[in-house]
Design a protein around this ligand. Sequence first.
Ligand code: ATP
Ligand code: MG
Length: 388
Amino acid sequence: MKALLISRDGQLYSEIASQGAARVPPLHLAGTRASLRDALDRVESDNLQLLIIDASDSEQLEAGLLERLGRQYPSAQLMLLTDHHQPDLLITAMRAGVREVLQLPLVHRAFHEAMDRIASAAGVSLMRDGKVLAFIACKGGSGATFISTNFGYALATLAAKKVLLIDLHGQFGDAALYVSDQKPSMTLSDVCAQIARVDAPFLDSCLVHVTPGFGILAAADDPAHAKDAKPEHIDTILRVARQHYDYVLLDVGRQIDAVSLRALDITETIYPVLQLALPDIRDARRLLDIFRSLGYVLDHIRLIVNRYEKGGKLRLQDLHAALGCEVMHTFPNDYIAVTDSVNQGVPVLQLSRSSAAARSLAEMVELVTARRVQESKGLLDRLFGGSA
Ligand SMILES: Nc1ncnc2c1ncn2[C@@H]1O[C@H](COP(=O)(O)OP(=O)(O)OP(=O)(O)O)[C@@H](O)[C@H]1O
Ligand SMILES: [Mg+2]
């Protein structure tokens, strides 16, 4: 949304600009004008959806000018800010079509609530339509947790996406520790226990924040509590999460139970993670058989081959032939970079930016977001420069 601020107060400008920038979608201040008259004289050419008028200088507010302003910007809504209670002012404002009147100093919560009303009246959707992607290990230790957590970090930092990862491991969930040294204060089972409270701010307060754009909801720390999560809880959490995150990643672990199945029902793409070895392929086939029996369409299932080394006895074509499922990505065997990252709890992209593992994550971000970099240099070139 674009807005014009009519005020002489530089501090108010900075306050609204920073509150506006934090909104989804953001509110941009296209400019400022010192007074109503100034706004009428110097017309803002941008298509404005909102005029914010600081009426604390009461001489500024003339009913006639306010009405003219409304006519000059017919598609903009009017918000009035005032530092004193003046019934006359309110009547003038209402007659001129002012939609919201807020007290100064600005109460941020009230500002955002008013902005929500304005945005919905302007038909601006406040909701994201997040994609749910699930990572499931075909065999223990395949690398699903390493890949999902590091991919979440890569999506947030390379593609500026807002990402939530939910650790669905029923036992020994440790996703947060792969990319952070923070101990989770709340877990999935705590959220399920307070399911009636779940909204975006509550969910956000329960996360381990790896970066401002990437949070992890940790798994229950005690297997006894893992049972607190019910399929209907997952419905609620995913519904709220999809509205507020661009990507919701699920680290499903290996168990298929009522909770993980409900999550997989809502999942857009399932990524079974396996290594190119016969035991993994056998388990992958069993997993795909379960998915087939559940009626899942194989088009929504893409394999990720981890620790892949070219020239091995088993080839990717063999895997495709054996499982009838497409390989979305291969992830290199990068022992040093991955082990350092996992041991330190620091994302590999942050710790070893030029490693093969980091490069592979950047490729995966491009594949998943189908991000076509328009510039002559691609994302990989920009990231890794000459070393590419
Ligand atoms: N591409 C890789 N290169 C080198 N080592 C890797 C790679 N991917 C994973 N590893 C190593 O394998 C170990 C197991 O990975 P991870 O914990 O991600 O597996 P998982 O599939 O989540 O297993 P679980 O079934 O226990 O949930 C990690 O600790 C990491 O050190
Ligand atoms: Mg795991």
